[in-house]
Design a protein around this ligand. Structure first.
Ligand code: FES
Length: 317
């Protein structure tokens, strides 16, 4: 089978200032993966092509890269799934949100610093158990999914918050934090939640779902971040913009059946929080000029009482 691999190249030692594209036309088998194609290029066409790989079995996490704009494991992505009779071209780039070293190789330092920042080990003052610690089936079921993370960085690559704010802890580190908060042996939940409640922590996720979509192991980082938020609210950590936003959001819908975008930020920040209100004024002005200004007075939708009942029944607020 014929394929054109259009690869992002960059070699700082060659004097190139910016990445450029190079296309390789190769023959591959029906069962070949993108990684097989790249290795073939490196072994038979251009030995300078830089890439990382090891297990070739979707276990080690070292071959994450962007293929046709999405982060994937190259060893787990079949070429035949990406080409058709009309289109034989595949774009291959390094993962995003990490510093580029060479071709498809990026620096993972910031990723590991963030993993280290959440203190990824069991913290307990309990004396060591006499035999092995027996965790309940229920707690293990909760942990198994998140323990499947292979630290490939795919979620970090495609996180839309990290793309604009590199201080954000990010989906991988927050999912790892959840792994210890949900561990029945860990006694440091309060301190962990306090730390994760800070700016750049759990409340900065915008729930875009990209991390869920690209995770090759079904870790569901965004789902874990939402559970961290639940833990924080249940533990009484409610005095943050994120926590207030969540409460006000639910409260408005519970009482009116529909969101009111005018009151959502006003109630979240507080009407007399002049600096925040001034920051929001240009958005309000733009919305007004485009005829998108939400109503200043609440408008309940017909049947809103049923929505209130639903909230009460499910005890959301
Ligand atoms: S080479 Fe190990 S996950 Fe792809």
């Amino acid at each position: 089978m014929h394929v054109d691999l259009n690869i992002a190249r960059f070699d700082p030692e060659s004097g190139e200032k910016k990445p450029y594209r190079e296309e390789f036309n190769i023959e591959v088998d029906e069962t070949s993966t993108v990684l097989d194609g790249l290795i073939k290029i490196r072994e038979e066409v251009d030995g300078t092509l830089g890439l990382r790989c090891s297990c070739r079995s979707a276990i080690c996490g070292s071959c994450a890269m962007r293929v046709n704009g999405k982060a994937v494991l190259a060893c787990n992505t079949k070429i035949s799934d990406l080409v058709s009779d009309e289109n034989k071209s595949i774009n291959v780039e390094p993962v995003g949100n990490m510093k580029l070293i060479k071709d498809l190789i990026v620096e993972f330092d910031t990723h590991w610093q963030k993993i280290k920042a959440i203190e990824p080990w069991v913290k307990t003052d309990a004396p060591p158990p006499e035999a092995e610690y027996i965790a309940s089936n229920e707690s293990m079921m909760e942990l198994i999914g998140v323990m499947g993370c292979i630290q490939c960085g795919a979620c970090v690559s495609d996180c839309t918050v990290l793309a604009v704010d590199e201080s954000f802890l990010g989906p991988a580190a927050l999912a790892k934090a959840y792994r210890f908060l949900a561990d029945p042996r860990d006694d440091a939940n309060n301190q962990r939640l306090k730390d994760l409640n800070e700016p750049a922590g759990m409340w900065d996720c915008t729930r875009c779902m990209q991390c869920v979509e690209v995770c090759p192991k079904g870790v569901d980082p965004m789902g874990r971040i939402m559970k961290l938020r639940d833990f924080a609210m249940e533990a009484g950590y409610k005095n943050t913009t994120g926590a207030r936003h969540a409460e006000v959001f639910s409260d408005i819908i519970k009482n009116n059946g529909v969101l009111n975008e005018f009151w959502l930020p006003v109630k979240t920040f507080g009407m007399f929080n002049i600096p925040e209100m001034l920051k929001l004024a240009p958005i309000g002005l733009k919305a007004m000029m485009r005829g998108k200004m939400p109503p200043i007075f609440y408008e309940k939708i017909p049947g809103s009482k049923n929505i209130t009942k639903l909230f009460e029944k499910t005890k959301v607020v």
